[in-house]
Each structure stands twice: as C-alpha cells, then as structure tokens.
Design a protein around this ligand. Sequence first.
Ligand SMILES: NC(=O)c1ccc[n+]([C@@H]2O[C@H](COP(=O)([O-])OP(=O)(O)OC[C@H]3O[C@@H](n4cnc5c(N)ncnc54)[C@H](O)[C@@H]3O)[C@@H](O)[C@H]2O)c1
Ligand SMILES: *[C@@H]1O[C@H](CO)[C@@H](O)[C@H](O)[C@H]1NC(C)=O
Ligand SMILES: *[C@@H]1O[C@H](CO)[C@@H](O)[C@H](O)[C@H]1NC(C)=O
Ligand SMILES: *[C@@H]1O[C@H](CO)[C@@H](O)[C@H](O)[C@H]1NC(C)=O
Length: 346
Amino acid sequence: MHQFSLCIYIYMFVLWLTCCLAFQLIIHSYCPLLLSSLSQEEEEEKMLRIRSRIISSTWRSLLPQISSNKFSTHSERKLEGKVAVITGAASGIGKESAAKFISHGAKVIVADIHRQLGQQTASELGDNATFVPCDVTKESDVSDLVDFAISKHGQLDIMYNNAGVACRTPLSIVDIDLAQFDRVMAINVRGVMAGIKHAARVMIPRGSGCILCTGSVTGVMGGLAQPTYSTTKSCVIGIVRSMTAQLCKNGIRINCISPFAIPTAFSLDEMREYFPGVVPEDLTKMLHNTSELKGAYCEPIDVANAALFLASEDAKFISGQNLVVDGGFTSFKSLNLSQQVQERST
Ligand SMILES: NC(=O)c1ccc[n+]([C@@H]2O[C@H](COP(=O)([O-])OP(=O)(O)OC[C@H]3O[C@@H](n4cnc5c(N)ncnc54)[C@H](O)[C@@H]3O)[C@@H](O)[C@H]2O)c1
Ligand SMILES: *[C@@H]1O[C@H](CO)[C@@H](O)[C@H](O)[C@H]1NC(C)=O
Ligand SMILES: *[C@@H]1O[C@H](CO)[C@@H](O)[C@H](O)[C@H]1NC(C)=O
Ligand SMILES: *[C@@H]1O[C@H](CO)[C@@H](O)[C@H](O)[C@H]1NC(C)=O
C-alpha cells in the first residue's frame, strides 16, 4: 500500500514538473506578444509573479492530499468527526440516514420510541451508533437526548428531526377526530419543534450547527394523504421557514426534506388498512408505480443522500429550504387532452 502511494507521489511530482516546463515554454513563446508594450523589467517581473502564483497554487492543491494520505477517500467522508442525533432512526428513512452518516465518519445517536427495534438497529450499525430511547412528544425526553449527545461526544453538529407517524384518521373533514388530530400534531409537529428548541439550546452558544426536518410531498400538495397527516407535514415545512431567520443569526442552518411515498413500515401499515386483501409485495409495487420519473422510484437511500448533502459542507450556504425528493411529482400536472380525444373517437 505504501509503495503504491509512493509511486503516486512520484508520478504526481513528475506530472507537476512537466506542467511547469510546458507553462514556461508557453510563457516564453507567447507572452512577448502580450507584454510587448511593457518594458523589459516590467515584463520579467510580471512573468515571475505569474509563475510563482501557478507554482504555489499547485503546491496548495497537492499538499493536503499528500499529508492526509487519502487520495480517493478524502472527498468521500463528508461528516468526519461530526455528531448527529436522528429521531425515528430505528427504521426506514432514519435508519438509512444513520447508516449513511456513519459511513461518512459521523457518530450517530439513534433516537426512537421503539426500544427493541432501536437497540437492534444501533447494534447493527456498529460502534459509531448509540441508541437512546426517546418519545418526541415528551419535551424532557428530547432535552435528555440532546444532553446525552453532549455528554457522550462533547458536541452536537446535526439534529435530524425525522420521527413521524401516519394517522389513520377518516378522510373527510366532517368526520375528523380532533383528539386524534392532537395526538398526531404532538408527534409530527410539536416533536419537531421540541427537537429544534433543544438543538438550538446547545448550538447557539457554539455559533454553528445543522438542523434537518422530515416533511413530505403531502405537505407540499393537498390530496395525497388524509388531511390530518397532510396538515402536520405542511406545518413542518412552515416551521423550518419560520425558524430560519433566528437561526441564521446564530450560524445555524436549518432545512427540510420532503420525500415522495416510500414503502417503509410507516406507509405499508397505512395502506394495509385501505387495501386489506393486498399482500405487502403488491402494496410496494403499487407505491413504486406512482412515480412520475420513468425508470426510478423513491427509496430511503434517496432521502439519506439528500440528508447527507444538506448536513455536509457541500450545503454550507443552504438554509431555510425544503428539498423535495419526489422525482418531479409535485412540479407538474398533465392536461391529459390527448387521452380525452382518444376516448371521444372510440
Ligand atoms: N414512507 C413514506 O412514504 C414517507 C414519505 C414522506 C415522509 N415520510 C416521513 O418520514 C419520516 C420517517 O418515516 P419512515 O417512512 O422512515 O417510517 P418508519 O415507520 O420506518 O420510521 C418512523 C420511526 O419513528 C418512530 N417514532 C414514531 N413515533 C415516535 C415518537 N413519538 N418518538 C420517537 N420516535 C417515534 C417509529 O418507531 C419509527 O421507528 C416520518 O416523519 C414520515 O412522516 C415518510
Ligand atoms: C467508527 O468510526 C471510526 C472513525 O471514523 C472508524 O474508524 C470505524 O471503522 C467506525 N466503526 C464502524 C463499526 O463503522
Ligand atoms: C401502474 O399503474 C397504471 C395506471 O396508473 C397501470 O396501468 C399499470 O398496470 C400499473 N403497473 C403495475 C406494474 O402495477
Ligand atoms: C385523463 O382523462 C381521462 C378521460 O377524461 C380520465 O378518465 C383520466 O382520469 C384522466 N387522467 C388524469 C391523470 O387526469
């Protein structure tokens, strides 16, 4: 391995030398034309400056790679040394994001109300994951969760408020059960608010941090889910917008990710109620078939990749946004005219 690296260094050095020589050749053959109006002294001085700038920038780009000894893996570890808390991380999108973050060098606190599954997920994810039981409807749980991250790792860089439930409430507003509405709001909305509050409590003194929240396409457009669920997800998108002003002033970025329908436990349980006779594999196929983007359907990894991007330095100037991961679904409707013409003619 070391011999291999040495070869690369030598190769890079030779390449650099060749480039320098080629550059000098170009300077000497073409620059006199460009610099002809300058005196001999000015000309030499200018060329010297150009040459030293090129050389120093070559070294600057070469040195960090040589000293860190990572040619290919350097850019791949986007969360090295970061500490993340993810709620609802025992399964689905949260679990996938936890795995992604860990593979990029982060330590992740897997927070979930489901103890057994949370424990199992954390041990699956290995040493860099720790399970903490947490019910996001209890502010003390959320507060303790954040304090745990600080006491275990000394900092909190990323707070991902992802826990959420479907609601199984009646579809009609006339039949809506307001007690159930309150329960779903407590998890999907109040739980997110609590997460932001306690993350901000420890992030503001440091003057940095990144907060992510899971919205949904159902919060962008009506009619894709029951009104109760849809309302809660609209609220999450709204919370992110309304928190941005204050958090910006403290160097903290906050963003929302709104996924399209994904066949996780969450959506499959819900669908089973509406289509009791259909087996889970077919429910999965039905969901995948709702994709508007030809040849692709939404998977937890698509959301995890979006979360990684927003949590990393790649998104260092992005805040207050709702990144919709929906393969174009919420961006258009079709007039469907040709279909009507076809029907008229038959
Ligand atoms: N699957 C989809 O189609 C879809 C689409 C858009 C948005 N979402 C959202 O994505 C998020 C994750 O959902 P998922 O699809 O991964 O489902 P999931 O059921 O696999 O994961 C949700 C997790 O949240 C946990 N949870 C539930 N109530 C909690 C509470 N009070 N405190 C702490 N944890 C709690 C659950 O135990 C579960 O592990 C949710 O906010 C959901 O609304 C899902
Ligand atoms: C945990 O993180 C450390 C440091 O990034 C890494 O060396 C190690 O392989 C990780 N362990 C697992 C099980 O992923
Ligand atoms: C997908 O849905 C369309 C209707 O929107 C239907 O014609 C088609 O058969 C479905 N495909 C599968 C594989 O279910
Ligand atoms: C397209 O038009 C036909 C005929 O009017 C209708 O039955 C169908 O539901 C329409 N599809 C969409 C997606 O609007």
